[in-house]
Write a protein that binds this ligand. Structure first.
Ligand code: HEC
Ligand code: HEC
Length: 438
């Protein structure tokens, strides 16, 4: 719904829809009789000819009325209301902007599609020993060229699952050119890395160990040698796999640990589960806007990314609207993404308030700036202060013309969406096992 107005029985009543259709049909017939009389005189038609003409035109009108009735009744009252509201608010009064927005009384049922949530507690791992082994490897700084960097150096479990830097610091203070995404909930993703180049956590974990700016070990054999030199590891691998460590089992253990880093039970989840007080009014308006303007299409619940949906394409063009200013401003178009195609794996927005800075190059510091950029670059909805509706023909990144008649977003609405994203922050997942020093 455009402004997510409260349900208005006068506007939304299906009976009034039926009445409108009926009166349209009556007016149609009246016009028809006049026109057919006029027409048949001009054409000099005989009486049977007149009857035939009136009959043909009549069926036409009747057909249109029936189609209209069917179409209208198929639409939900919700959509009808939004059409009415869209017309009414296309040039909003200043007083309406941002202030009116969604009613705090908004409930889940207000939307056609129910919001999905994660379970309040993560499932207990099937193999606790394996998970603990993986946790030890995850926090082990010996798995780096100079003994100073572990997975946890760049992926702090207690601090949102990433680091606070635009690009991460690896061995000897070297940096790469991409931001460290969170490892929290990464087990849900069908593709990993910003450009989605890894298909599993196991495959992903092979990367940093030998990456020259991350852990910089000379080879995967070195990784195995370091692990195998430790008697405690040898015993744990024997227990978990019945064999000495191999690179396949090293990354399998790390991945098993990562899969336990599930963080549900955010205020959003509690709201969906029925706790109306879990979100404040701004967050409720933000939730409605997140859906209405289209963020939810690429960042669908419960994981807030398409890249967690089994059969969905995890990649999206970024920026979609090529002629926008913000992506260039933040130098986000220099890196061509997945195989140079300008597409990126859609990241999850869970815990996003804790994973600043944002985007693949970490160039955007504030969450509201990231939201503003997304609205402009992915949805063609720039933010303006005058709030005037515009009709425009633009071209998307594929060169296709798109006619837009959008009310620009207001700063207040960007604030509401940002407030909603804060409701996706969960508690830090509990790390199973002992003697792990983060
Ligand atoms: C020097 C910092 C650094 C270290 C050390 C590091 N990572 Fe990362 N990690 C990154 C960066 C940067 C990316 C994104 C790289 C890209 O997308 O090209 C990343 C990506 C990931 C991802 C993908 C997340 C997603 O949303 O796609 C996972 C999972 C991950 N790392 C786990 C690990 C594990 C496991 C280790 C240890 C074996 C590790 N990382 C070590 C910086 C680091
Ligand atoms: C067409 C798909 C699409 C739409 C629509 C979309 N996003 Fe995104 N979003 C992406 C992609 C792709 C990225 C990763 C961009 C990059 O850094 O390369 C992303 C990244 C983000 C990030 C940064 C995440 C991080 O960890 O750095 C935020 C925040 C975000 N989106 C929020 C939103 C909001 C809010 C909306 C609605 C205004 C929205 N997105 C609409 C595809 C989309």
């Amino acid at each position: 719904m455009r402004d997510a107005k409260p349900y208005d029985p006068k506007k939304d009543d299906p009976m009034s829809v039926a009445l409108t259709v009926a009166s349209l049909a009556v007016i149609g017939f009246a016009v028809l009789i006049l026109v057919s009389g006029e027409l048949s005189q001009r054409l000099g038609l005989s009486f049977p000819g007149r009857v035939l003409l009136a009959g043909l035109l009549g069926f036409g009108v009747l057909g249109v009325a029936i189609k209209a009735a069917i179409l209208l009744s198929l639409q939900s009252t919700d959509t009808l209301a939004s059409v009415v509201t869209a017309v009414e608010t296309s040039v909003p009064r200043a007083a309406d902007r941002g202030v009116e927005a969604a009613s705090p009384a908004l409930t889940m049922q207000a939307r056609g599609m129910a919001w999905r949530t994660l379970p309040a507690t993560a499932p207990a791992p099937e193999n606790a020993e394996l998970v603990e082994l993986g946790g030890r490897l995850f926090f082990d700084q010996r798995l780096s060229a100079d003994g100073t960097v572990s997975c946890a150096s760049c992926h702090s479990i207690t601090d949102g699952g990433g680091d606070d830097r635009p690009t991460s610091l690896g061995v000897a203070g070297k940096t790469g050119d991409r931001n460290a995404p969170t490892v929290l909930n990464a087990g849900a993703l069908t593709r990993l890395f910003w450009d989605g180049r890894a298909a599993s956590l196991e495959e992903q974990a092979l990367g940093p160990l030998t990456n020259p700016v991350e852990m910089a070990l000379p080879s995967l054999d070195h990784v195995v040698a370091i692990v195998a030199a430790d008697a405690d590891y040898r015993a744990r691998f024997k227990a978990a796999f019945g064999a000495p460590p191999r690179i396949e089992t090293v990354v399998a253990a790390i991945a098993a640990f990562e899969r336990t880093l599930v963080s549900g039970n955010a205020p959003y989840d509690r709201f969906v589960a029925g706790d109306d007080a879990a979100l404040d009014d701004r967050q409720k308006r933000g939730l409605a806007l997140f859906d209405e303007i289209g963020c939810r299409a690429c960042h669908p619940d419960p994981w807030f990314t398409v890249a967690a949906e089994a059969r969905a394409n995890p990649y999206r063009k970024f920026p979609v609207f090529a002629a926008t200013r913000l992506p260039d401003h933040y130098d986000l178009t220099a890196d061509p993404g997945r195989n140079g195609t300008g597409t990126w794996r859609v990241p999850s927005l869970r815990n996003v308030a804790r994973t600043a800075p944002y985007f693949h190059n970490g160039a955007v510091d504030r969450l509201e700036d990231a939201v503003r950029l997304m609205a402009e670059a992915q949805l063609g909805r720039p933010v303006s202060t005058d709030g005037m509706a515009r009709i425009e023909i633009r071209r998307d990144a594929f060169g296709r013309p798109i006619v837009t008649r959008d009310r620009p977003l207001t700063e207040a609405e960007i604030g509401d969406i940002t407030a909603f994203l804060h409701a996706l922050t969960s508690d830090v997942p509990t790390i199973t096992g002992t003697a792990i020093t983060p």
